[in-house]
Design a protein around this ligand. Structure first.
Ligand SMILES: [Zn+2]
Length: 207
């Protein structure tokens, strides 16, 4: 009897873990690391390129989506190359992606500025706004920096992708304190995890 109980407990545990790990199975998600190659995007006070931070967060996000969520992921560029905005959008539309996540980091001439900003398209669908809000909430709650807002913008990759799309700006690379954090791979993984958790919330599954 005791052995049977242990067996059932194990089965319940395995089933529970399975559900949590593969909640995004069958979903096709494009991860778009902003800038790249000769286009570094914003550059931090001691030289950190936004394109490099975007790449590290994007590869960690890919890992969470595939290995924890069970999703299929397509990246819009490789590590050292740029891709045109039109090329990024074309890849996502051709692949028939279910969702599009563009990863960027912010900059301002005032170096004291820092915080989280998350965007969906100006004329974006309800689904794009829902995903934006859920990712934003996770980032603000998890990173403990200022909430600048979940907003709408007419960015090219948001406007021209055919699937619900969100662009994240989880922090300012122009802020000295934040630039130091963004150089730390553990912090890049943290940002990626909260983006992933927001996507899972959007689909109503456990991260
Ligand atoms: Zn950027």
């Amino acid at each position: 009897m005791k052995r049977l109980f242990v067996l059932i407990a194990c089965l319940v545990l395995v089933a529970g873990v399975g559900e949590a790990r593969w909640g995004l199975a069958g979903k096709r998600i494009v991860v778009d690391p902003g800038h790249g190659g000769r286009n570094p995007g914003a550059v931090g006070p001691t030289g950190l390129k936004e394109s490099d931070a975007n790449w590290r967060v994007s590869t960690a996000l890919k890992h969470y989506l595939e290995n924890q969520g069970g999703a299929k992921v397509l990246m819009t560029r490789s590590q050292y190359q740029d891709e045109s905005l039109a090329g990024r959008v074309a890849k996502a539309n051709r692949w028939g992606a279910d969702r599009f996540i563009s990863v960027h980091h912010n900059a301002a001439s005032n170096r004291s500025w820092n915080g989280v900003e998350t965007y969906s398209a100006t004329n974006g669908s309800w689904a794009s706004q829902d995903m934006r809000n859920k990712i934003h909430k996770r980032l603000v709650g998890g990173l403990g920096i200022r909430n600048i807002g979940a907003k709408k913008a007419n960015f090219y990759v948001l406007r021209n992708t055919k699937m619900p799309a969100v662009l994240v700006e989880p922090a300012f690379v122009s802020n000295r304190y934040q630039e130091a954090r963004l150089k730390d791979p553990a912090y890049n993984w943290k940002e990626a995890y909260y983006i992933y958790a927001g996507i899972a919330d959007h689909f109503g599954v456990r991260p």
